[in-house]
Ligand binder design. Sequence first.
Ligand SMILES: Nc1ncnc2c1ncn2[C@@H]1O[C@H](COP(=O)(O)OP(=O)(O)OP(=O)(O)O)[C@@H](O)[C@H]1O
Length: 447
Amino acid sequence: MLHVKNLTGGYDDKKAVIKDLSFSIEKGRFFALIGPNGSGKTTIIRLIMGALPIHNGEILFDAKPLASYSQRELAKKAAVMTQENEAGLDFSVEEIVMLGRYPYQKTLFFKENTQADLIAAETAMKQTSVWEYRKRPYHSLSGGEKQRVLLAKALAQEPELLLLDEPTNHLDVKHTKELLELLKKLQKDMNLTILAILHDLNLASLYADSIGLLKKGELEGKYEGLHLQNENSFSNVYEVKLNFTSHPSVSKTQISLSPEYMEEKPVNLLSAVQIQQTEKAACIKMDKPFRTLSAGADGKGLHWSRQWIFSQAEQAETGESIFFSSKQPYILWSIDAKLPKKELRQNSFIVNQSGFTFCAIVSHSPYDGKVHAAILTDAPLDDSDIINLALKINAVKCRVEKNFGKIVVGMQKKQQNQADQERIFEAAEELLQTALKRLETPNAAFR
Ligand SMILES: Nc1ncnc2c1ncn2[C@@H]1O[C@H](COP(=O)(O)OP(=O)(O)OP(=O)(O)O)[C@@H](O)[C@H]1O
């Protein structure tokens, strides 16, 4: 559909902003153009739309050079939605959208609107949810509403290729999702080809079929989706440390930042923990959240939590808590070791060596046959160790994630027999041994 070959161009003949750029977009594909501020993304759209001089190379639409299309022909093929401020225009919403029909009209006067023009404009306004604003002056709308009107105008052009410059700018999270879902629908239903400049790398990862990463006017790479191994190249281009992780429910990569202002400091579990025990419930609390992998009754999955409740109640307290339902609640691990030594040895492991603390909590309720296990450590262990442990005790949810030395694994699984319970103890012990090996403290003792 669109072939950009060795394109060099910019705002004047002397200085090229885009340098020797090549990429193509197949018909019906969603291509996201990303890159730092000033890398040339908008300039590429301007070059594609013939608004800027090409110094070298060529742009082909359907294998025909850009220059062979008249303005009207080009406008039927490709529509662009830019960030340019049209707020000065004193038109109503429907008049703005109708401007998108100009390639199909003999004159620019609205009275020439045909039935096809009216239907296309109405469809576009309904698709973008601006139909209810159609009589309102454009300048009276909010930034997000204006954004959707400009998209409606582009869609009214009935293009084969849609060029979008930061289409989700100004949109709240609901409208961002709605707009991108709409684009995916148009892509599928009408085989629309989309080139969108996106600043939000997570959205690019979720919605684009392929991604072009631009750096100083050159294409750093083209990616068929983002993958964990792209972390370094993206971090280099953006000059900031990016963390690539897996989306919790779809097979896509998501990107996060680690703010420096809240740099994590190692915490000593022995002093960070508080234990509260009543007749019907027991609660282990930490003074800061720990990375938690849990299949507990509440707070399932991999996230941050700071309290673990063993309770007869059906519901846990809210907020960073993991809830272990147990009809016969008890904690088998106690910080001040009040429990008989034998029981403590059987059910918990505490190692305090080299400044790091490890602790395994395993509780088993003979009443309902459920086993609860938690591994807490402030040692810099790999999540793969945790995952290995999780696999051994049949945890239902697990995910590899970079950790920062503070890990909690909490698991709950219906286990019917003693052998399963033993397996958990063994796995927990193995994890602690791995941790010790890593810290080169092979002689650390269990208490
Ligand atoms: N009208 C202009 N005249 C001259 N130079 C321009 C003009 N518009 C942009 N530039 C320059 O071209 C380069 C690329 O700008 P462009 O707007 O294409 O970047 P971008 O990647 O879209 O940035 P952003 O993410 O900030 O929107 C920048 O160095 C910019 O200063």
